[in-house]
Design a binder for this molecule. Structure first.
Ligand SMILES: [Zn+2]
Length: 71
């Protein structure tokens, strides 16, 4: 992966996070300075350290919803 790919991935992540922060469900998630999926330290304002953690977290949430673990 070169620096341009990295920049594009970061841009996609920020856009995705911005969209999710505007959705009423996910806006309840606190920004705690650590990734919600793997607990790694993240920059201020971030909920996930990278796109992989975001998508994995989304898959986990979707799986939980399907299993009826979340109201
Ligand atoms: Zn993470």
């Amino acid at each position: 992966m070169d620096i341009i790919d990295q920049a594009q991935q970061r841009e996609e992540l920020e856009r995705e996070l911005a969209i999710r922060q505007h959705s009423c469900h996910e806006s309840a998630m606190p920004v705690v300075g650590a990734c919600h999926y793997c607990s790694a330290t993240v920059p201020a304002g971030y909920r996930f350290c990278d796109h992989d953690c975001l998508t994995d977290w989304q898959k986990e949430q979707d799986a939980r919803k399907r299993a009826g673990w979340l109201a």
